[in-house]
Design a binder for this molecule. Structure first.
Ligand SMILES: C[S@@+](CC[C@H](N)C(=O)[O-])C[C@H]1O[C@@H](n2cnc3c(N)ncnc32)[C@H](O)[C@@H]1O
Length: 491
């Protein structure tokens, strides 16, 4: 989350931003309440474990429900809430230890803390939390809040949250996704625009999720889910929620469940594109590897080749495509150095010095560049052992389809590691298409080398070929192009 240093004081003198307070907009709270009431029409009791000023529960207070709100801080609050000042995670622990679970509430609603100081909290309570959240991990406050609510809820209870959405695809959050899928029916999964909390100076990717705690019946993959791709702006989200204009898709279209997949929850991906994930993946054919971490680039990487530093080192092409100069030069004796210096790490030695493809790792754009023979690579994803397939693979990796597969499906958060690249579906291209793609990649490489970027004719040609080979409909292509034209806001 982007943060600035200014304090934002609550009426009670608390600095809201320091404690991760980002108030839920009223139209979001109204939508969540309306959905919870439709999932469980006959309930009376509502619980918000981080109630703050009562923004999330306001519609329930208005509807005359019995509302209990907990918070670690005591804010100025809406009337009509029975308030308990307590740390919710501590409360959860007590409820578990004393066996007073499930709780009697019919509705759980929350906008869990996006606490910039959560790492301090987690560090201080590490051993207790690790034990308490053994299956889901102790990665964030929000993920622990959600896991606790699911475990505290009785069968039939409805749970509605607006929550950080990094858990949808992050590998580390697989346990939380499994908990959701095992114990709840997923009713709504709607991505929110990145500007939703911007007025409060927070830049956070969130989603609205509505769940129903299941009893004995398992969630079926046929159950229908209201879902919506991330809109560019808050005004669009408001319109979608007001008009109920959401896609409805069976759960199976939303979960990646191939052998190498991590049960990622995918939102808004066209069916034909989801089907590509049943194809072989890049990593089934080509080693997708990381290489060297010097532990101190300032000491071991020279920006120019010089005496003793002549090994071209490719760390991260970033937004560059087709061609990138080396990011620097390593010492000629780097292999010996790595034997002597503990945090100078060299992985996958047998793939070093061979030609390959370097993929970007940081930043939102995804791109790939040719890496020449004699060079070595960093901890970004690298394809090695491509042989005669190198050039068409380079074209494919720079296609809009792959940008979408990586950013719109496999990983919405920032760091694209080799594990993600190795899971990109590999289309069964015809030999003719491979030849044409190779020619376009070589053209793109020459142009980028000469003037920094490749012409749009190159990317246009690559995209047309890849779309055709993937057998996508024009509506799917439009969807992908829309996503790629605004990757930063739609990811
Ligand atoms: C993002 S704000 C949400 C506020 C309000 N409920 C809303 O929806 O606008 C998160 C809230 O979590 C509270 N909080 C942070 N850590 C907590 C904890 N361990 N237990 C309970 N509440 C906590 C903060 O005080 C803050 O009120």
């Amino acid at each position: 989350m982007g943060r600035h240093d200014k304090e934002v004081l609550d009426g009670s003198g608390l600095d809201r931003r320091r404690i991760g307070y980002y108030a839920t907009p009223d139209f979001v709270a109204s939508y969540v309440a309306e959905r919870l009431l439709s999932v469980n029409p006959s309930g009376h009791m509502v619980f918000d474990p981080c109630v703050g000023g009562g923004e999330m529960v306001a519609p329930f207070v208005e509807a005359g429900k019995t509302v209990v709100g907990m918070d670690i801080h005591d804010y100025q609050r809406l009337q009509g809430i029975e308030f308990v000042q307590e740390d919710f995670l501590r409360y959860f622990r007590r409820a578990r230890e004393s066996g007073s679970m499930p709780l009697p509430y019919d509705y759980f609603t929350a906008n869990p803390p996006y606490n910039c100081h959560e790492s301090d909290y987690i560090r201080q309570h590490k051993s207790t939390l690790t034990h308490l959240f053994s299956g889901v991990g102790v990665l964030n406050m929000y993920s622990m809040f959600l896991a606790a609510m699911i475990q505290l809820a009785k069968p039939g209870a409805a749970i509605g949250v607006i929550i950080n959405d990094s858990f949808l695809t992050s590998k580390l959050h697989r346990g939380l996704r499994e908990l959701v899928l095992k114990y709840c029916r997923l009713h709504d999964l709607i991505l929110c625009p990145t500007d939703l909390f911007r007025k409060q100076e927070a830049d956070v990717r969130t989603c609205i999720m509505v769940l129903e705690r299941l009893g004995r019946d398992a969630q079926t993959m046929d159950s229908m889910v209201r879902t919506q791709q991330r809109p560019s702006r808050t005004s669009e989200l408001r319109l979608q929620l007001d008009q109920g204009k959401m896609d409805t898709r069976p759960l199976r279209d939303l979960v990646l469940s191939g052998g190498s997949d991590q049960k990622e929850l995918v939102v808004g991906c066209p069916e034909t594109v989801m089907r590509l994930f049943s194809m072989p993946r890049l990593g089934d054919y080509y080693p997708c590897v990381t290489g060297i971490s010097t532990g101190c680039d300032a000491r071991f990487v020279s920006s120019e080749p010089q005496q003793g530093f002549s090994v071209p080192f490719y760390k991260n092409p970033g937004s560059r495509r087709f061609f990138s100069p080396p990011d620097g030069y390593l010492p000629n004796d780097f292999l010996e150095l790595s034997e002597q210096i503990p945090n100078f790490t060299v992985r996958n030695k047998r793939h070093l010095f061979s030609e390959g493809i370097a993929c970007s790792s940081m930043g939102v754009a995804f791109g790939a560049c040719y890496r020449p023979e004699g060079s070595v690579f960093g901890v970004n994803a690298n394809l090695a052992g491509c042989g005669p397939d190198l050039w068409w693979l380079l074209a494919y990796l720079n296609s809009s389809l792959v940008t979408y597969l990586v950013r719109g499906v496999l990983l919405r958060s920032n760091m694209i590691t080799s594990g993600y690249v190795s899971r990109i579906p590999l289309l069964p291209l015809t030999e003719q298409a491979k030849d044409q793609l190779s020619q376009l990649a070589v053209r793109g490489y020459r142009q980028a080398r000469k003037k920094g970027t490749a012409d749009t004719a190159v990317s246009g040609g690559i995209n047309a070929l890849v779309y055709r080979e993937a057998g996508l409909y024009q509506t799917d292509i439009d969807h992908i192009e829309r996503f790629c034209s605004d990757v930063v806001r739609r990811t």
